[in-house]
Design a protein around this ligand. Structure first.
Ligand code: GLV
Ligand code: MN
Ligand code: MN
Length: 400
């Protein structure tokens, strides 16, 4: 079957799951009904291809073509994630998982038999939209996030992580580092929609990744004195929302001064009433820079800003700068006729695995809008076909 036709069909099969019909955006958060449906879809699709499906101790899903324990150091793992940010696009995550399944399906049809096993991973909760920690599945898998930390997490409705997981039928006490699953990842190649303009500017349908910018997430709460909006004189107010406005504006200025990036994309106001001065404002901050020093300086600036405005900055997650495997990139470069190599400010499970010593690479597929984490994210059919074709070449090249 034509590679893009198969990928189109798979994308179509999940197109309705978690889709907000009015905006076209996706809400696919870990351990929700949408996530459950996507996991069932992943398992069924992989099983129909004859793959062996399982889960690891972090609740990530795996589908194996061939025996993953025969020569685990030679195994090739592909895949990505199926969850989304709030009102996300259709491709961030799913493109990597579905392109991998399409590539394997194509090779099976061709009668190709890999000498070492090929796996497809569906990492749970990559976006961290529900519990605030990005790449939670790969962080738990590698032991980077401990059970103690998991037991402190609460979701966007204030429900503890452990209760959410228990309600899904998984014993949270069993979540943790999984050495067996890790030992099966000989190398990992994550295909992903590009989340910027570089491949557009380079006129290239696909690219390889050099490194991921160091980045992190923080949060702070500003408290004030709730009171009546009509009877409290302006000069007598202690309004945390006014301070939050200063925080957001000054955050941007601090990032510019450090030649870095910072975003306050989520604010929760309590009690959020039109005619009451707010009691509390919770702010979440995402900051990234091209090198660790710049990010560390920016963090110091943000700590001081939060303190000046009456808050205390808490770090929710930190991802160090990740440099992808030079030797794997070299092999992929020669298999794929040397596509351009680009850096990225976006985080990925591939980055977590790479920082734990697993030979890892990433393949980006051009995004004609250059927009991501938004319904405007896009991919055209020729470029998606180039992505699947690249994975086919990578599987052939690395497993025969
Ligand atoms: C994940 O997509 C991130 O970079 O936040
Ligand atoms: Mn994303
Ligand atoms: Mn992603």
């Amino acid at each position: 079957m034509n590679v893009c036709k198969r990928l189109d069909q798979l994308l179509l099969q999940i197109a309705e799951i978690g889709c907000d019909q009015t905006t076209g955006g996706y809400n696919r958060f870990a351990y929700t009904e949408a996530d459950h449906q996507l996991r069932v879809f992943f398992a069924q699709t992989a099983e129909e291809l004859g793959l062996e499906v399982g889960v690891d101790a972090a609740n990530n899903q795996w589908a194996w073509w061939g025996d993953p324990d025969r020569e685990p150091e030679h195994n090739l793992v592909l895949g990505s994630h199926l969850d989304s940010v709030p009102s996300g696009g259709a491709y961030d995550g799913p493109l990597g998982v579905l392109s991998a399944l399409s590539a394997i399906a194509e090779l099976i049809d061709d009668g190709f038999q890999p000498r070492s096993a090929v796996g497809v991973a569906n990492f749970i909760d990559e976006e961290g939209a529900r519990f605030g920690v990005a790449c939670l599945g790969s962080r738990v898998l590698t032991g980077e996030t401990s059970y103690e930390r998991l037991s402190q997490l609460i979701d966007y409705d204030g429900i503890p992580f452990v209760d959410v997981v228990s309600a899904s039928g998984v014993d949270p006490a069993r979540l943790g580092r999984d050495d067996r699953a890790l030992s099966r990842i000989g190398s990992f190649v994550e295909l992903h929609i590009e989340q910027g303009h570089q491949l557009i500017d380079l006129h290239a349908p696909i690219g390889l990744a050099s490194f991921i910018w160091p980045h992190g997430r923080w949060s702070t709460t500003l408290s004030g004195t709730p009171n009546h909006a009509g009877t409290t004189r302006l000069e007598e107010r202690d309004d945390p929302l006014q301070r939050a406005a200063h925080f957001v504006l000054e955050l941007g200025e601090l990032a510019i001064a450090r030649d870095a990036i910072a975003t306050c994309g989520k604010i929760v106001v309590e009690p959020n009433a039109v005619n009451a001065i707010a009691a509390k404002v919770h702010l979440w901050i995402d900051a990234r820079a091209e090198d660790p020093d710049r990010l560390a300086h920016l963090e110091t600036d943000i700590v001081a800003l939060a303190e000046r405005l009456g808050g205390r900055l808490v770090n929710d997650s930190l991802t160090p700068m990740t440099v992808f495997s030079a030797s794997l990139n070299q092999r992929l470069g020669s298999l794929l006729e040397n596509p351009p190599v680009i850096s990225t400010g976006a985080g990925h499970d591939a980055g977590i695995l790479a920082s734990h010593g697993i030979p890892t690479a990433m393949l980006f597929v051009r995004n004609p809008t250059g927009v991501s984490h938004s319904p405007a994210e896009n991919a055209n059919r020729e470029d998606m076909a180039a992505g699947v074709d690249a994975l086919i070449r990578v599987i052939r090249g690395l497993t025969s």
